[in-house]
Write a protein that binds this ligand. Structure first.
Ligand code: SAH
Length: 403
């Protein structure tokens, strides 16, 4: 194994078990490790810090896979154990869903590796040189730990370029998955297209919020003797829309700019046998649509705003903040008194505090009062490793508009 020796003082973050070594922290590399090769990271005075995988072309020069000197990452059985641990931690979710994240990168001490499960099929994303180099072993370990029929690779995320890796899509191990896979989450069925869908095919990270939407629809009907009228913005393949219908919503208007996503959403509604006359699918730009609805005087009991990542990095935070403010402001204007807003941000560069401030700014500007009565985040299959705060990206607020 090659040694990577850090500059003096650069060992601090590793001593706090944060798993990234930046190129600027590296003092000396002994030998010439290739892309993904195992290295031993040491402080300037030679003390062991961790074993990691090297990436010559990335600013994240080393990602640490183990902080334990006894646990060499090139030892036989190392990958198998890591994968088995990750899978076993998510066992409980099977009672609720057949769609779950099995491996969440750094949080599972498998840096840069994402694995989602859809029924009998697994979908991978290798976003680091280290995971890439070990992909054969990882695929075999995944099949062994889950009994899945096949592993399909969706390593087409833009982040791969930063590690010097090319895009790759195709079967990695086992059988070829079907064109669409049916999953069931909290009683609602969805088709997942692992070849063309966003991310690995589905937003598994919104499970808890979709359940909250389903429960809100149910409670609303009980309390008011009628179903709620909902507007689901950025609906993609209908995640929240279907959850609301399952909970007994009266009508759901769903908006997305992608005709393809809307067609899939309508298929998903049919799969569940929901009453089509109560669901409307609108192809539109949400920014313009919200303004338009206001002019028409439309009012809703619930508005959901789950936009794509507006801030792809810290450089885009200001522009993104304006976009979040805009949709939140115009979304709130469509709420009846006592109406609910589910509002989200999946931009890692916008933290929980900043997002709350942006939404508060929108509340202020619409001259209304609101309570936050709930907070949302990704489910337990996307755990936040406490020494790695970068892992948190999805946040949401449940607002109740006061009379
Ligand atoms: N809520 C969804 C995930 C949303 S993903 C779920 O739970 O499954 C974001 C969606 O926003 C994508 O489907 C994309 O097509 C859509 N989108 C992006 N920009 C948009 C815009 N300006 N107007 C409308 N839809 C947009």
């Amino acid at each position: 194994m090659f040694d990577v020796v850090l500059k003096k003082g650069k060992e601090k973050s590793l001593l706090r078990r944060h798993p990234w070594v930046y190129d600027t922290a590296v003092g000396k590399v002994c030998g010439k490790p290739g892309s993904g090769d195992a290295v031993c990271v040491r402080s300037f005075d030679g003390a062991f810090l961790g074993y990691g995988a090297y990436c010559p072309s990335s600013v994240l020069r080393v990602r640490i896979w183990s902080f334990d000197e006894q646990e060499r990452i090139d030892a036989p059985g190392f990958i198998e154990k890591r994968i088995a641990d990750a899978v076993s931690a998510r066992e409980g979710l099977l009672e609720r869903t057949t769609a779950r994240r099995l491996v969440f990168g750094e949080a599972d001490a498998l840096p840069g590796l994402i694995v989602d499960q859809y029924g009998d099929w697994l979908v991978t994303q290798f976003q680091s040189a280290g995971a890439e180099q070990r992909r054969g072993e990882i695929a075999a370990a995944l099949l062994a730990a889950t009994g899945a029929r096949g592993v399909f690779d969706r390593s087409d995320a833009a982040t791969r370029a930063r590690e010097g890796l090319e895009s790759r899509v195709g079967v990695l191990a086992g059988e070829e998955p079907p064109e669409k896979i049916e999953v069931v989450e909290d009683g609602v069925k969805y088709w997942v297209d692992v070849r063309h869908g966003h991310k690995t095919g589905f937003y598994v990270d919104q499970r808890e919020s979709r359940l909250a939407a389903q429960q809100l629809a149910r409670e609303f009907r009980k309390k008011n003797g009628r179903g709620l009228r909902a507007l689901n913005c950025f609906c993609y393949t209908g995640g929240f829309s279907l959850a609301l219908m399952a909970g007994g919503a009266e009508t759901v208007v769903s908006v997305d700019s992608s005709a393809d996503a809307l067609a899939r959403a309508a298929e998903n509604a049919a799969l569940n046998g929901f009453d089509e006359s109560r669901m409307q699918w609108v192809e539109a730009d949400v920014f313009a649509f919200l303004r338009n609805q206001r002019e028409q005087g439309e009012l809703y009991d619930l508005v959901i705003l789950d936009p794509p990542k507006f801030a792809s990095s810290h450089y885009h935070v200001d522009r993104a903040a304006r976009a979040y403010k805009d949709i939140n402001l115009n979304g709130m204007r469509l709420l009846a008194p006592g109406g609910h807003l589910f509002t989200f941000s999946c931009s890692g560069a916008i933290d929980v505090d900043l997002f709350q401030k942006i939404v508060a700014g929108a509340v202020f500007d619409v001259h209304r009062q609101a309570w936050a009565i709930g907070r949302f985040g990704a489910g337990m299959d996307h755990p936040l490793l406490m020494t790695y705060p970068e892992g948190e990206y999805l946040k949401g607020l449940h607002l109740l508009m006061r009379p």
